[in-house]
Write a protein that binds this ligand. Structure first.
Ligand code: HEM
Length: 147
């Protein structure tokens, strides 16, 4: 069971973080250079089909892995437990990601024009950096880098 959860969590992580790195480093610079909303929209339409299910898998498997590490949900917020630091960090990153995604989806994307591409960049770049932080926090359980 643990192996399957970890496999699904890591597969979804490759899609979420990998997709955002491609978006931020290849698609976004091209869209900004050419002032092309279509470039971004074409990628978003294709990516959404795998990216959104990947994020949902990520959240479900992440919560199950967290429950396996600390089998008492109240304990997830106990600052005295180093494992809780990892869970709290993941939940904070998730909150930031959802806030940026909702703002992009309902405020920026519906009215996207070439002039608003910079506004979109201010969503894409932070979500990409946060997606990398998700991985760094996740592996910290083994590396001890952050906690
Ligand atoms: C896009 C979002 C996410 C990404 C990219 C991500 C990525 C990762 C990675 C790379 C690992 C390391 C696995 C290992 O070294 O074995 C990990 C572990 C972990 N993640 Fe996530 N994660 C994400 C979201 C979440 C969420 C929302 C939670 C919920 C609290 C979560 C909870 C965990 C836990 C508890 C572990 C440790 C698993 C263990 O080794 O027992 N993750 N994650």
């Amino acid at each position: 069971m643990y192996g399957t959860l970890l496999l699904l969590h890591l597969l979804a992580a490759t899609i979420w973080t990998g997709g955002h790195i491609i978006l931020a480093t290849v698609i976004l610079p091209k869209a900004l250079r050419q002032r092309s909303v279509a470039h971004l929209q074409n990628f978003e339409t294709a990516y959404e089909r795998v990216g959104m299910p990947a994020l949902i898998v990520q959240i479900i498997t992440g919560l199950m892995l967290a429950y396996r590490l600390v089998p008492d949900i109240g304990g997830w917020f106990n600052p005295a437990n180093p494992l809780a630091h990892i869970i709290m960090a993941k939940l904070t990153l998730l909150g930031l990601t959802l806030a940026l995604a909702i703002d992009a989806r309902f405020r920026v994307i519906p009215n996207l024009t070439p002039d608003k591409l910079v506004d979109m960049a201010f969503h894409i770049v932070p979500v990409t950096l946060i997606s990398i932080l998700f991985v760094v926090v996740g592996i910290s359980i083994r590396t001890g880098w952050l906690f």
